[in-house]
Write a protein that binds this ligand. Structure first.
Ligand code: HEC
Ligand code: HEC
Length: 448
């Protein structure tokens, strides 16, 4: 009898190790006191056991569910963040290409609602010029502590200011945009922020002035009085606060995975088997098991919000991107940060910024861990858009080459093709239309 059991174990181990059907039935496992399944090994072990999880595993699966997404806390630095009138103004501004000097670019040019607020390009590109990075989604982004791939902004409203002045994005300037908004949206602006300042005097408020690389704009900005500059900065910040109020409303929706997690929580195996194929369940097992994806991609949005260097290849012809090691310096210097004059937060509310880690080798070439909801819909991937599809992403995790400079936080997975396919099958279950009132997923109707 013992010899037979030993043989069975060996057979089962071989089958499991090779990643082929490993028919270890549950009674046998009980008898032997074996864990229900060896983590990530033996992908297809029969319909029921694919969905049999230990209590600890069920807890882990539930922790990734959208049911665990807490209500969005207020942003203390934006007193207008949850004001419906700011949402309405922000929505109009998000879709308004009047916020660009040639009338051609709005936020929605790159963050397109029908593409989960991305643009499908390797690098963002308007007017034929590449920006240095790939356009991330903004769905569910309001939960982040840091914004941009390198986290160089600490609020969504401060973030919303930068593209307006980037020559490769909107290409405008803060005086131009303050004047535009105070003209086109005067009553909406005043209803929110009080009496609008008079910025019509072109001698005091030049048409194109900002502290940016464009020399003429910078000279014009330097020529303004300190108090006029403050007036413009205040209006500019309010524009950002309105846009953020709108973007904060774009939440991730309920995916098939979330229904699966709910079934897993109550251990309803029949329901689990209805919702996921065995391959998808095997992919989920690899995701938190041998793949160790949940080291970084955890919580209901499948990100822990930190920064890591994962040793990505450098696109041909591009320079090394320092990522977080530069982003920390920029956010601390930003006059629109949580501790700045235009923030509505008290100092003690700016916890993230006050305790920011400024230096360390691990920041070099590190980028924000992106959430993975709707990831199948937001190709290409990574801060530099280097991977055109999920196959290429998983190939990278399988090989995990060393990073240079900096060091990679990955270990090569060397998954089989079957395992890699299962992991991707799981990622595809994270799709769901954004959760927002339909009228927010398009330009405002009937106005402007
Ligand atoms: C030219 C295309 C383009 C335009 C226009 C644009 N963005 Fe972006 N957006 C990007 C790119 C590229 C990034 C990433 C840049 C980086 O990390 O350095 C980004 C990043 C972001 C992020 C940060 C997301 C994250 O994961 O941290 C938010 C939020 C955002 N944009 C909102 C906006 C808003 C609001 C506007 C309009 C005021 C806007 N964007 C205009 C391309 C664009
Ligand atoms: C050490 C932390 C870490 C681990 C472990 C990790 N990731 Fe990532 N992941 C990241 C970071 C950081 C990025 C963005 C890197 C960049 O753009 O420079 C990323 C990007 C991605 C992307 C691209 C998303 C997008 O929108 O561009 C996918 C897909 C992904 N990871 C899936 C996985 C899977 C699947 C696993 C497990 C096999 C995994 N990750 C393990 C940190 C990690």
């Amino acid at each position: 009898m013992l010899a037979l059991v030993a043989l069975a174990i060996i057979a089962a181990l071989i089958a499991g190790g090779l990643g082929v059907a490993g028919p270890i039935d549950a009674a046998f496992r009980d008898l032997m006191g074996l864990p229900e399944r060896a983590n990530g090994r033996g992908l297809f072990t029969g319909a029921l056991s694919a969905h049999s999880w230990t209590e600890a595993e069920r807890g882990l699966i539930a922790s990734l569910s959208i049911d665990r997404l807490p209500p969005l806390p207020p942003d203390p630095s934006n007193a207008f963040g949850d004001d419906p009138a700011a949402v309405a103004l922000g929505q109009a501004l998000f879709f308004d290409s009047g916020l660009s000097p040639d009338g051609s670019v709005s936020c929605a040019t790159c963050h397109q609602p029908e593409r989960y607020f991305t643009d499908g390009k390797r690098l963002a590109n308007v007017r034929g010029a590449d920006t240095p990075r790939h356009t991330p989604t903004i769905v569910g982004i309001a939960y982040s502590d840091w914004f941009y791939w390198d986290g160089r902004k600490d609020s969504q409203w401060a973030q919303a200011l930068a593209p307006q002045e980037a020559p490769v994005e909107h290409g405008g300037s803060r005086t131009a945009h303050a004047r535009y908004v105070l003209g086109a949206y005067r009553s909406q602006y005043e209803a929110l922020f009080g009496t609008a300042p008079d910025v019509s005097d072109e001698n005091r408020f030049p048409a194109h002035a900002a502290p940016m690389d464009d020399e003429a704009a910078r000279a014009a900005w330097d020529g303004m009085t300190a108090s006029d500059r403050q007036t413009i900065n205040r209006v500019f910040a309010n524009i950002g606060k309105s846009i953020a109020a709108y973007s904060r409303r774009i939440m991730p929706g309920r995916s098939r995975f979330d229904d699966y997690a709910a079934a897993a929580l109550v251990n309803d195996q029949a329901r689990m088997a209805e919702l996921f194929t065995e391959e998808e369940a095997a992919g989920l097992r690899l995701f938190f098991g041998d793949g160790q994806c949940t080291d970084c991609h955890n919580g209901p949005q499948l990100t822990n919000g930190t920064f890591h260097n994962i040793g990505l290849p450098l696109p041909e012809g591009s320079n090394f991107d320092q990522g977080r090691s530069l982003g920390t310096l920029q956010v601390v210097d930003d006059i629109f940060n949580c501790l700045g004059d235009y923030s509505d937060a008290d100092e003690e509310e700016c916890v993230e910024l006050r305790f920011i880690k400024l230096e360390g080798e691990e920041l070099v070439g590190a980028f924000k861990v992106p959430g993975l909801r709707n990831v199948a819909e937001t190709a290409p991937y990574m801060h530099n858009g280097i991977f055109p599809d999920l196959d290429a992403v998983i190939r990278h995790y399988n090989h995990a080459p060393p990073a240079f400079p900096g060091h990679s936080d990955l270990v090569p997975l060397a998954f089989s093709e079957e395992q890699s396919a299962a992991l991707i099958a799981f990622l595809l279950t994270l799709n769901a239309p954004p959760n927002a009132p339909p009228e927010l997923l398009q330009p405002p109707q009937g106005e402007e």
